[in-house]
Design a protein around this ligand. Structure first.
Ligand code: HXC
Length: 257
């Protein structure tokens, strides 16, 4: 498939997807989201890819859902077409997805970043849920995910005032894993993804599944889920190889088995 709103590349074992609608600060519309879903699913199925990076431009990761495209939407149509239903396809990707955010990540852009497994922010990054200014509220998980990331007080303030927070505040409040210089962002995210892609793929995927489980279930259920998955890892060749390599003081050669 050829893409018009995103750029898709591979860097070694890393799949790199760049949102590319510069004329609209990467505002997210149906075509872009459909292309993104397709690209992510293709990388997810590709045995040569171990980790995915999703990024935007220096100016904007994404300035939100495309306001011009949805301004005239009517309720019944949004209901019948289930508007936004496939916007969270990124959460169904089984390999890790890193959001590398520079510039604006607003509204649906912030929500898309939060759907990824973790966010690396450029020092230029600015996050916010400004929908209230448009007479709506976040609709792709913002009220739920932002609250889980930064806690009720800050999430409530951000959603009710629409103010943006800079990279420092986002890191302080737990939204992003770390901040890097804007010029190093993509290189850093790809290097991080490359490191993950060197590990055993089934173990990486199970680890992602287990961390994500903590969002869905109680602590005791989550711990039980983790323990069962951990036990199952002793059925893998990669566990044998990883531990043997440590004892023999050499680098492990994982086989993804
Ligand atoms: C459509 C957008 C857009 C958007 C920017 N543009 N954001 N078009 N939808 N969300 C367009 C502008 O209209 C303009 O095109 C061009 O991109 C450059 O934007 P400017 O405003 O000229 O840039 P600047 O002055 O630097 O301001 C940047 C900005 C501002 C602060 C990010 O663009 C802004 O406030 N954008 C809207 C942010 C927002 O409200 N996002 C939430 C959307 S609602 P033209 O052709 O006019 O020059 C949402 C709902 C989520 O996301 C629910 C489900 C996903």
């Amino acid at each position: 498939m050829s893409y018009e709103n995103i750029i898709v590349e591979t860097r070694g074992k890393v799949g790199l997807v760049t949102l590319n609608r510069p004329e609209a600060l990467n505002a997210l519309n149906k075509d872009l989201i459909d292309e993104l879903s397709e690209a992510l699913s293709t990388f997810d199925k590709d045995e040569d890819i171990g980790c995915i990076v999703l990024t935007g431009s220096e100016k904007a990761f994404a300035a939100g859902a495309d306001i011009k495209a949805m301004a005239d939407n009517e309720y019944v149509d949004t209901y019948l077409t289930d508007f936004l239903a496939n916007w969270d396809d990124v959460t169904r990707v089984r390999k890790p997805v890193i959001a590398a955010v520079a510039g604006f990540a607003l509204g649906g852009g912030c929500e898309l970043a939060m759907m990824c497994d973790f966010i690396i922010a450029a020092d230029s990054a600015r996050f916010g849920q400004p929908e209230i200014k448009l007479g709506v509220m976040p609709g792709a998980g913002g009220t739920q995910r932002l609250t889980r990331f930064v806690g009720k007080s800050k999430a409530m303030e951000l959603c009710l005032t629409g103010r943006m927070m800079d990279a420092e505040e986002a890191e302080r409040s737990g939204l992003v894993s770390r901040i890097v210089k804007a010029e190093d962002l993509v290189e850093d995210a790809v290097a991080t993804a490359g490191k993950i892609a060197e590990f055993s793929m089934p173990i990486v995927m199970m680890t992602k599944e287990s961390v994500n489980r903590s969002y869905e279930v109680s602590l005791s259920e989550g711990v039980r889920f983790e323990r069962r998955l951990f036990q199952s890892m002793f059925a893998t060749t990669d566990q044998k190889e990883g531990m043997k390599a440590f004892i023999e003081k050499r680098k492990p050669a994982f086989k993804n088995r």
